[in-house]
Design a protein around this ligand. Structure first.
Ligand code: SAH
Length: 466
């Protein structure tokens, strides 16, 4: 096999970017736009030692799971990877992906893994409460906006993204019309010139409040009163701000936010907990599924009101505040100071007094707490009934996992956005005396390859086995 050869491939899997994977002569080939179940003719573009990349030339037999993508720019856009696959098949693929990682990387057996079926969405579109649209200049000098093409910064002029809320279209219409009218330029990242870089929108699914933040390469926004005039007419417009970002960087937001009109934040709910969300705050982008995901974490934690619980990698405290309603005391740990500020504020506005938050790396804070506790209590160990972790993709630090094992909580609830690192960490915890009780994937990001998983582990009581 060599470059430019034609192959017939049966697509049996997807890679982490959503490309189809098929095997020929023992080698894996990655094929963009192919779907599980397709039989395709593909041309080899590049060969490596044990794998290669091939271009889809012809669908010989289309997969029974193929559907028409709802979005006309689904193929070019970098946002969705799975639109051409039916939602049922997307869910099946994600369930299998988690299971295979736990079997292969975690080394667990099928019997140990009685996985619960993935929690999907009833309507898997228009679920995102946040969108960031790049602004640019088109061929004829017109203002364009939409999304970046996959792996590039070329703007696809398309405003009705099917993952976002319908309100975005009108907001973009008003912003681009205002730019034309007030002769405000779009930022050009190749020269570093021009003013408006991005438009950030946020929408409260429960409160219906709308936020618009204009990200500007400068300190002033000329004729901003005309923009405010237009935007405030939209029903439920609550917050209009500008954010200053003069750096030549891919990072979208700068540090400074100025209020143009209304409040500096919008409010929304997850379950019964109210959150104040400002342009710089982190907030889960799919509130409907987040409530299910964290509801599951709470169910797995089995709280009665007497427990001491740690929530590590707590962000703005979403899980902590959920747990605090049912626990005696919750401790949250998060590395970003601003997120901890938000967590404390969110505790306050919900009258939650049994949650305490610490800024720092979980792998520093927990071991230090454990050591200090023993020193101050004649060698007695710090106690936790439940430890919850919700780490970023790279998973938990080894040092942290060791301290968790030392503390011997009755239960560990692991919320994961990367099932490969989840499997790696669960292997360590299971070797350290914990047993997998329940595992359930949750589809937080339909149409994309991402999948979240919640897992409950319980401590094996050694004496029972002797
Ligand atoms: N449950 C949180 C989101 C967790 S996302 C919420 O709902 O808000 C993972 C979080 O881990 C992020 O907020 C990230 O800033 C934080 N983080 C990353 N590395 C960390 C570390 N070493 N120690 C503590 N927190 C960390």
């Amino acid at each position: 096999m060599k470059k430019d050869d034609l192959l017939v491939l049966e697509i049996t899997d997807l890679d982490s970017e959503g490309n189809g994977v098929g095997k020929a002569e023992g080698m894996a080939f990655f094929v963009k736009d192919a779907v599980i179940g397709d039989v395709v003719e593909a041309k080899i573009m590049k060969m490596k030692k044990s794998y290669g990349f091939a271009r889809l030339m012809r669908l010989i037999t289309p997969s029974p799971h193929r559907v028409e993508a709802v979005c006309p720019v689904a193929k070019q856009c970098g946002g969705c990877q799975l639109q051409a696959m039916s939602y049922e098949e997307q869910l099946r693929f994600k369930q299998e992906k988690v299971k295979n990682h736990l079997l292969r990387i975690g080394g667990f057996s099928e019997e140990e893994l009685q996985m619960e079926p993935i929690t999907g969405m009833e309507k898997p579109l228009h679920y995102r409460n946040k969108a960031q649209f790049p602004i640019g200049t088109g061929k004829d000098g017109e203002i364009i906006t939409g999304f970046y093409a996959a792996r590039s910064h070329r703007i696809i002029d398309y405003r009705s993204c099917h993952l976002g809320v319908a309100e975005n279209e009108e907001i973009l219409q008003q912003v681009t019309e205002w730019m034309q009218e007030a002769k405000v330029s779009a930022y050009d990242e190749t020269t570093g010139r021009g003013l408006v870089r991005h438009v950030l929108t946020r929408y409260g699914f429960t409160t219906e409040e709308i936020m618009v933040c204009i990200i500007v390469n400068g300190d002033r926004l000329p004729k901003s009163e005309l923009l405010v005039e237009r935007l405030r007419k939209l029903p439920k417009m609550t917050s209009i701000t500008m954010n200053i970002n003069k750096e030549r960087t891919n990072v979208i937001l700068g540090r400074e936010v100025r209020l143009l009109w209304g409040r500096s934040y919008i409010e929304d709910y997850i379950g019964d907990i109210r959150y104040q969300i400002s342009p710089l705050s982190f907030f889960q982008v799919n509130p409907v599924q987040t409530e299910k995901l964290y509801g599951l974490a709470l169910e797995y934690a089995q709280l009665t009101g007497e427990e001491t619980v740690w929530d590590l990698y707590c962000g703005i405290g979403t899980i902590s505040l959920f747990l605090a309603q049912k626990a005696k005391q919750v401790y949250g740990v998060e590395i970003i100071p601003q997120a901890i500020e938000d967590a404390k504020n969110n505790a306050k506005i919900n009258n939650i007094t049994n949650a305490e938050f610490f800024v720092g790396a979980a792998e520093d804070i927990l071991p230090a707490y454990y050591r200090n506790y023993a020193e101050q209590h004649n060698g007695e160990n710090a106690h936790a009934d439940v430890i919850v972790v919700d780490p970023p993709r790279k998973g938990c630090d080894q040092k942290l996992l060791q301290t968790m094992l030392d503390m011997q909580p009755e239960r560990i609830v692991y919320v994961s956005c990367d099932s490969a690192t989840l499997a790696r960490d669960l292997k360590i915890l299971s070797q350290g005396g914990y047993k997998i009780e329940r595992v359930r994937p949750v589809d937080q990001f339909p149409m994309t390859v991402h999948v979240e998983t919640v897992c409950l582990l319980s401590r094996k009581h050694v004496d029972r086995y002797i």
